[in-house]
Each structure stands twice: as structure tokens, then as C-alpha cells.
Write a protein that binds this ligand. Structure first.
Ligand code: 5AD
Ligand code: SF4
Length: 500
């Protein structure tokens, strides 16, 4: 039996109401929302924060926040809004007349970083014609990596702030509005940031990210993250529990625990022992109102037996795992400093599938890393054929200045990278479509997030994180609804409410 044949057998499982110890939380009615339908983790498409008024106050000023990159940035943008709300900033979804514009940036690939400068050009025009007092901030990983260079390239920018400093936004804004100078804040104190952030969240919708770990000590030779986010830091358990409770009390039903190496999470538990991610998940699962949990992104070196066991036994944990391998060749994995071989990854997947046979696997792949030969690339193709992925993210290697990969000999020509990416994506998208088609006829629990723009249908996510569309009344938004799948595409499913 191929790994693919073993999958998707636990459809229709309800995650709610199966835990015996429940910490109860009141659940208010949350307003309905309209959702466009992004891929579950499309880090190449920026998102704009939806309008959110200032709680219990007058909307005195407006802030436009545009987010590039990964979920960590999406989370950070929400926290920036939380920090700004008490000083009267309400989020708006257009920069045209905004008092404050924040671009929360990504430095992972060259293209992502360059997008910021073209956006700053557009922002300058809005400032000139609509609001000369508009303040402009560049936050996130480009800010951390390029610092003062940003201001030189784009004088419209007033504030440059790295990912560990946004809790100080109110002070920074005060400084620039008093015109006592520009702001450049690129400290690295992750612990100070989390201690300073408000414990409560101003949650919107029914599914939320919650950062439990940040930073990276792995130093993959292609990656800027260890330089832009700093060393691995895990947040204390009680801080995470308080934030999860705040989310639950506002109607959030699904929490995705996030971190650059989320499975490296470790902290002192309330029982005095060291807790890993498995322990944390089981603890958070006891919070009343939280019906579904996920975690991302994991590293193959950090998946321990307890976490695999938790995948098998915790009913609130959804059967979806993003576990990047990056490449299938041991030579390339070694040059990437991944710290694992392909055999290690394959054995790990076998253990995970034995524990949770219905798991939908997702991965990241890089083609054209320096020195990658045709045979190395074939090893990646063989890895994909052998493992079988339900979803994936694949990229051409992008040289990042300052990383070890940038100075390696035998950089792969652009046309070879493009050709390899095309072949790899054909295979991955075929697998993704096959996976989705294998769900036709099954009934899946869909957490309804809103209405899908364009087709007027409801939109939600299956346990496997697949975007799912179906007809139904808007009152179902925020509910977990059994949906029988009737058709499938590469990125989404269509179904109808299951007949009882
Ligand atoms: N070039 C291409 N892809 C990269 N990634 C990280 N750095 C680079 C780079 N320099 C990819 C990896 C990682 C994902 C978030 O982005 O696959 O897992
Ligand atoms: Fe980057 Fe590697 Fe750390 Fe992931 S594990 S953030 S790819 S250095």
C-alpha cells in the first residue's frame, strides 16, 4: 500500500466535546466576516488587515497594516493593532488617507523584499496628495536586515522597526510626531516584547494564530531567519494559556500554534517539569471553546515521540502537518546544514503516519541550491513520489546576502532552476489534486470562516486545512458543519451540507 492509500480514512470526525476536563469560557457572538480564499499558507501574497474599530472608544486615527510573508508576520500585525488600539488607532483597509501606514515585511526571498520598495513608492503618492501628515513604518524582517538602508532608499519612511520591537510602537509614534527624529529600532529582546504585549487579544474571526516560539538556532545555509528573528525563544506556558483564553472568550474556535521551529518549543510547565509542544497542546486543549488546534512550522530534527503520540491521541489536534524537507538529496541537505538525512525524514514520516494514518502532509522545497546536480534534483522528485504530499510550497533558491549559501560556488543558472521548479510543481500539484479528489464522497467537519468573495457561498476549512465552499445560511459562520465533498480542485473543495 502506498502512503497515499492509507490517508483520509478518519473523515467526519468531530473535534468538539471530546475532552473530559474543560475550563469553561463564555462565548459571545462574533460578527460575520467576508473571506477571500488564500492558500493555507501562501507566503508570497501580501494581506491587508481588515478594518477593526478601537474597542470602547472613538476612532481618532487610522492605521493601514499590510503584511508580507509567513504566519509569524500575520500574528505580529495583529499584535501591532492590539498595541495601537489603546492609543486610538483603528485599522483601515486602504492606505489612501491613513494617519499611519505599516508595512510588515518579509526578507525570505529577494522578490519578497523588493516588493516593499515598490509599495513605498505608492504610499508616497498617497501621502503627497491626501495626507501630508501620514507617518510610514517599515516593520518585520526587511527592517531588521536592512535597517537604516531603508530610509536611504525610501525617505518617506519615518520608522524602521524589527520584529522584536513593535511593542514600543506608541513611543516611536510619539517621537516622530513630535518631530524629534526618525526611529530605527532593531533590538533583539524577544522576551521583553512578549512580556510587554497586552495579555488580551482583539480577535477577529474564528481561527487565530498564537505565537508560542520564535527565532531559530538551526542556521540553514539558505535562510535569513536566524539573522532577522534571532535565537530560539519559547514563551512561558502561563502567558500562552492567558492568550488562548482571551481568544476563546472572543469566539475563536481554532488556534494554530506558530513558531519558526514550533516543535522545538520547551518551557517549564506548571508541574515543574520541562514541557515540550505535546504537553503544551494537551494543556491548551482543555480550554473550553477551543475545538481545533494545529501547529506550524515543524523541523524534522525536533519532532519528538511525545508530539507524535499527541498527534495520535489528542482529538482536537487536526490531521495536518507541515514538515519541510527542502530537498531529497543527502548531499544537498548537508550543504544546506539541515542536520538530517532523507532517510531520517522518511522514517519520521512513517512513524507519524503509523500514529495518525489520516494525516495530510505538507512540505517546503527549494530547487537550485548551489551545487544541486541533475541527480540531486531527481532525488527530490523521488522523495516527493515516495512520501506523497497533500499540499506544498516550492521555491527557486534565492540568494540572500549575508547567508553562507550566498558565497557557495556552483550557483545554479536561473533557467535550470525554472525548469526544475516547473517539473517539481507539476508533480506536487498532481499529488495535491489527487489528495483532494480522494476526499470526494466523504463528509468532513468544516469550520465556517465567512462567505467566499465571488461565489456567494460559505467558506471554511476542512480538518486537512483545505479551503471548502458550500451553500448555506450565513448563520452557520463560526460553526463546525459536516460537509459532504462533491468536487475537488488543486486548491479547494466544493461540497454540500451533509444530510442527517
Ligand atoms: N530561497 C528560496 N526559498 C527559501 N526559503 C527560505 N529561504 C529561502 C531562500 N533563500 C523557503 C524554505 C522555507 C520557506 C519558508 O521558505 O523552503 O521553509
Ligand atoms: Fe530558516 Fe532553517 Fe531556521 Fe527554518 S530551520 S527558519 S529554514 S534556518
Amino acid at each position: 500500500m502506498s502512503p497515499r492509500d492509507k490517508t483520509a480514512s478518519r473523515d467526519g470526525q468531530s473535534a468538539s466535546g471530546r475532552n473530559s476536563t474543560v475550563l469553561d469560557i463564555g462565548r459571545p457572538v462574533t460578527p460575520t466576516s467576508s473571506t477571500n480564499v488564500p492558500k493555507p499558507r501562501d507566503i508570497d501574497t501580501p494581506t491587508v488587515m481588515a478594518p477593526r474599530p478601537v474597542p470602547n472608544g472613538k476612532n481618532t486615527k487610522s492605521v493601514f497594516i499590510k503584511t508580507y510573508g509567513c504566519q509569524m508576520n500575520v500574528y505580529d500585525s495583529e499584535r501591532m493593532a492590539d498595541v495601537l488600539a489603546p492609543i486610538g488607532y483603528a485599522a483601515v483597509d486602504t492606505p489612501d488617507h491613513a494617519d499611519l501606514v505599516i508595512l510588515n515585511t518579509c526578507h525570505i526571498r529577494e522578490k519578497a523584499a523588493e516588493k516593499v520598495y515598490s509599495e513605498l513608492g505608492r504610499i508616497r503618492k498617497h501621502q503627497k496628495s491626501n495626507n501630508p501628515d501620514m507617518k510610514v513604518a517599515v516593520a518585520g524582517c526587511v527592517a531588521q536586515a536592512e535597517g537604516a538602508e531603508i530610509k536611504r532608499r525610501a525617505p518617506v519612511v519615518d520608522m524602521v522597526l524589527g520584529p522584536q520591537t513593535y511593542h514600543r510602537l506608541p513611543e516611536m509614534i510619539a517621537k516622530v510626531t513630535r518631530e524629534t527624529g526618525d526611529v530605527l529600532e532593531t533590538d533583539f529582546d524577544t522576551v521583553e516584547k512578549f512580556d510587554a504585549l497586552p495579555a488580551g487579544r482583539n480577535a477577529k474571526g474564528y481561527s487565530a494564530f498564537l505565537t508560542v516560539q520564535e527565532g531559530c538556532d538551526k542556521f540553514c545555509t539558505f535562510c535569513v531567519v536566524p539573522y532577522t528573528r534571532g535565537a530560539e525563544v519559547s514563551r512561558p506556558v502561563d502567558q500562552i494559556v492567558a492568550e488562548a483564553r482571551s481568544l476563546a472568550s472572543q469566539g475563536v474556535r481554532e488556534i494554530t500554534l506558530i513558531g519558526q521551529n514550533v516543535d522545538a518549543y520547551h518551557a517549564d510547565g506548571p508541574d515543574g517539569s520541562q514541557w515540550g509542544l505535546g504537553n503544551l497542546i494537551r494543556h491548551l486543549a482543555k480550554i473550553g471553546g477551543i475545538d481545533r488546534m494545529r501547529f506550524t512550522t515543524s523541523h524534522p530534527r525536533d519532532m519528538d515521540a511525545d508530539l507524535i503520540e499527541t498527534l495520535a491521541t489528542e482529538p482536537k489536534l487536526m490531521p495536518y502537518l507541515h514538515l519541510p524537507v527542502q530537498a531529497g538529496s543527502d548531499r544537498v541537505l548537508d550543504a544546506m546544514n539541515r542536520g538530517h538525512t532523507y532517510a531520517h525524514y522518511r522514517d519520521l514520516i512513517a512513524r507519524i503516519r503509523a500514529a495518525r494514518p489520516d494525516i495530510a502532509l505538507s512540505g517546503d522545497f527549494i530547487v537550485g541550491f548551489p551545487g544541486e546536480t541533475d541527480q540531486d534534483f531527481e532525488d527530490t522528485m523521488n522523495c516527493v513520489r515516495e512520501i506523497g504530499y497533500a499540499s506544498s510550497f516550492s521555491f527557486k533558491y534565492s540568494v540572500r546576502p549575508g547567508t553562507p549559501g550566498a558565497s557557495l560556488p556552483r550557483q545554479v543558472p536561473e533557467d535550470v532552476k525554472s525548469e526544475r521548479l516547473k517539473r517539481l510543481q507539476e508533480l506536487l500539484y498532481m499529488q495535491q489534486r489527487e489528495w483532494n479528489e480522494s476526499l470526494i464522497g466523504k463528509t468532513l467537519d468544516v469550520l465556517v470562516e465567512g462567505t467566499a468573495r465571488g461565489d456567494g457561498q460559505l467558506f471554511g476549512r476542512s480538518p486537512y486545512l483545505t479551503g471548502t465552499h458550500f451553500d448555506g445560511p450565513e448563520e452557520l459562520i463560526g460553526q463546525i458543519v459536516p460537509v459532504t465533498i462533491t468536487s475537488a480542485g488543486v486548491n479547494s473543495l466544493v461540497g454540500s451540507i451533509a444530510k442527517t
